[in-house]
Design a protein around this ligand. Sequence first.
Ligand SMILES: Cc1cc2nc3c(=O)[nH]c(=O)nc-3n(C[C@H](O)[C@H](O)[C@H](O)COP(=O)(O)OP(=O)(O)OC[C@H]3O[C@@H](n4cnc5c(N)ncnc54)[C@H](O)[C@@H]3O)c2cc1C
Length: 472
Amino acid sequence: MDHQYDVIVIGAGTGGYVAAIRAAQLGLKTAVVEKQQALGGTCLLWGCIPTKALLEHAHALKIAQHAKDWGLTIGSSAVGIDMNQVQARKDRIVTGLTKGVEFLFKKNKIDWIKGTARLTGRSGVEIFEGEKQTLTAHKEIIVATGSAPRSVPGIEIDRKRIITSDEAIHLRDVPKSIAILGSGAVGVEFASIFRRFGSDVTIIELLPRLVPVEDEAVSAELEKAFKKQGITSHTSAKATGARANADGVELDVQLADGKAKQLRADYLLVATGRGPVTTGLDAEGVGLQMEKGYIKVDAQYKTNVPGISAIGDVITLGGPGHPQLAHVSSAEGIITAERIAGQEVRPLNYDHVPGCTYCDPEIGSVGLSEAEAKSRGYDVRVGTFPFGVLGRAKMAGETEGFVKIVADKKYDELLGVHMIGLRSTELVAEATAALRLESTVEELIRTIHAHPTMAEAIGEAAHAVHGAAIHL
Ligand SMILES: Cc1cc2nc3c(=O)[nH]c(=O)nc-3n(C[C@H](O)[C@H](O)[C@H](O)COP(=O)(O)OP(=O)(O)OC[C@H]3O[C@@H](n4cnc5c(N)ncnc54)[C@H](O)[C@@H]3O)c2cc1C
């Protein structure tokens, strides 16, 4: 039987499910095809939510480990962690949220078609795994099939000892040792989780610094903090081979000085990035233009085939890498649904996408780094304010880190805000709004920041850009 819709979305991740809800809100008859047993995609099932739940456990453990400093009396035996309980709580959070999306589908009268979809033309979709059926989209098909972990040459993922984040979130024992390949957001978040739980953690990063997409000052601060916590980092280092056996992994690494080193760990976590998911979709069959496996779209997320658009981790807009982030996929989903419903939409400004990394200390950043601003020809001036001076940071016992503002000297325009330290992933929201509103540094200075808060560091960093921080 052929089922008729205005919009058919393939994939119920943060791109697809949000696009579907917005389309339904705008009166479009909408269906979502999802091959997993639960809605929410990578973010809810294997990504943002489970990792941040584990990080909250790591944070709770940190407080308990420092009980004495807080005047807490919690018995004389060493504080431990029960991984079964940790996993059970994390799973409850994930299930609660996926059920929440199911509820929203019902509320908005969105049909969830369970199965795997294939494109059959500019308006046709076939479900070839699951309940076999065909669907027709009278307005548009939105492809939101996301991404999956990928490895690097010489390292074969066996999902037992050489694992990805998909397996790492389910580990029921704390590994004695873990090597982590890659120091992007996923790599450093797991480094923080496992180190806090008690593992020996070694990071191998090909580029010269940790979190290479961040401002250089942030990378340096994280490296310092990780070293203090006992995390070993090898930067400018290349993993050339890995051999797994029943109880561990042997890893060959070429260090920065060119010397070869062999490492042994209980697990090797490969966190070297994610590639697009288009298997079985028959994207090429319907003539979609592809670039390195990604679906090529324009600034309105239209593919080259009329009637088919694509959003989220599976797309490229050409040019520099498209950010693979949940909130980016959702923003693209909303714009696409609104365009399909006939609204006028404006392209996203990818310079205004906030990035949050929930390692310890956490990182929040938005806009241009100092190096990027210089390479774009701005006459740059920066202001930095350390969290260590703030009353609120001292109360929390978390004084590492800073806020750094990158601005343009000529017009006083705010170009980027970079922070590392307590609550940075929340504080970045103010910086994002300021960039969105094209604020000047002067406007941030005149914005009153409540006392005592971590946000005072933003106001102070703005003062510092003008050479006039009050508390330094
Ligand atoms: C460990 C980890 C931590 C992360 N943490 C964060 C974070 O803190 N913040 C953040 O912003 N981002 C984070 N991300 C990234 C974020 O999860 C992704 O950017 C986001 O999920 C992308 O959404 P999407 O809708 O494009 O794709 P996905 O979420 O990957 O969803 C795609 C969906 O499509 C389905 N699908 C694929 N092919 C088909 C088909 N043919 N038929 C039917 N269904 C299909 C899949 O089953 C999947 O459910 C993290 C990722 C990982 C791996």
